[in-house]
Write a protein that binds this ligand. Structure first.
Ligand code: 5AD
Length: 356
């Protein structure tokens, strides 16, 4: 095959990553400065092959339960931000959560993700009790929490209750960029400290970032990749930024699908065994987003199993997909769509013990 100069340079950087060599910041910046279509031409097949070598042509399913739309934070991008008066707020009860787990368990799901805003009413004791009850009632399931920043004592309680994994995207590693996306009460350092704590406590830990958030540049993406390279997260969530009504960023342009796919591929090449979802945000912007994500190296889908009547209220961005394929009612169609790209569902727990 013939490659021009840029392609061969990109390829040699990706091959370095593939062989386990760490890249310098300038090298990541070089990857991130390439046109996404050019980078994808090289990275996508490599990353897809790596994912298939690790997982076969299979994807893990996680049942996503959005347990509260209350949030004390005021992140500038998020529709659930505290000062968004238009946001509809709800909180699921213990029984509602357990009922959704039961329905999911019967369908074969073996991971439940409890996600919510930073809701002060979700006390440590309450969360720990729900986790304990899920682990007791549903043998062999993994529980993932995604409830934002808490202190070490709280995280430890969750771990002791049996929680296996914790998702906390870092959003951006660049401190100035972080400050542009978040209120002054939040900081990049606090976010990163939480991620290190989660790792130390033994959670399978998920980091990740939005692609195309206001102020993001190839340089800030290079910072993200440097951070991921050091953190070695077991999971990485990568989705496009989508403007949300009632937020300061409501008129900002949305992130690019192509660029999102390029980041999925680069992260897959870095971490051949990490769990990487094809995100709802990706599926929201592109009708074939799930398939494209999987072909680019993702190996996880997270269908929504929240109570139907609450789903539209968990509106972190506009037009968030919450029915059809993005929900559990769409399971049969989801399987058909996977079959069309010659993939199937893997009904295992899908733990990651070491991303590389
Ligand atoms: N567009 C895309 N993703 C968003 N998130 C929050 N708001 C938006 C938005 N407007 C993502 C954040 C958060 C995850 C739960 O959802 O990355 O960590």
């Amino acid at each position: 095959m013939f490659f021009n100069g840029e392609e061969s340079r990109l390829r040699s950087l990706l091959e370095k990553l593939d062989s386990g060599v760490k890249l310098y910041r300038e090298e990541f910046a070089c990857l991130m400065s390439a046109e996404p279509s050019v980078l994808n031409a090289v990275a996508s097949d490599m990353a897809g092959d790596i994912a298939r070598r690790t997982f076969g042509r299979r994807v893990f399913l996680r049942g996503l339960i959005e347990i509260s739309s209350f949030c004390k934070n005021d992140c500038l991008y998020c529709g659930l931000r505290a000062s968004n008066k238009d946001a509809q707020r709800y909180r699921l009860s213990r029984e509602e959560i357990l009922e959704r787990c039961e329905a999911g368990y019967e369908l074969g799901l073996r991971t439940f993700v409890l996600q919510g805003g930073e809701d002060l009413a979700l006390t440590d004791e309450w969360v720990a009790d729900v986790v304990r009850e899920i682990k007791k009632r549903f043998a062999g399931v993994a529980v993932t929490l995604s409830l934002g920043e808490r202190d070490k004592v709280s995280y430890r309680r969750f771990k002791d209750a049996g929680a296996d994994r914790y998702l906390l995207r870092h959003e951006t590693y660049n401190a100035e960029h972080y400050a542009r996306l978040h209120p002054q009460t939040m900081s990049r350092d606090a976010r990163v400290a939480c991620l290190h704590t989660l790792k130390r406590l033994g959670f399978q830990t998920g980091a990740g970032m939005m692609i195309g958030s206001p102020g993001q540049t190839p340089a800030t993406l290079a910072d993200d990749l440097m951070f991921l390279q050091e953190l070695r997260p077991e999971m990485v969530g990568i989705g496009p930024f989508i403007p949300a009504h009632g937020t300061p960023f409501e008129h900002e342009p949305k992130g690019s699908v192509e660029r999102t796919l390029s980041l999925i591929s680069v992260v897959r090449i870095m971490f051949p065994r990490a769990n990487i979802p094809a995100t709802t945000a990706l599926a929201t912007l592109d009708a074939k987003g799930r398939e494209k994500g999987i072909m680019a190296g993702a190996n996880v889908l997270m269908p929504n199993i929240s109570p139907k009547e609450q789903r539209a209220k968990y509106s972190i961005y506009d037009n968030k997909a919450n029915t059809g394929l993005e929900s559990i009612e769409g399971l049969e169609e989801l399987k058909e769509r996977l079959a069309a790209i010659d993939y199937t569902v893997d009904w295992g727990r899908g733990d990651c013990l070491d991303p590389r």
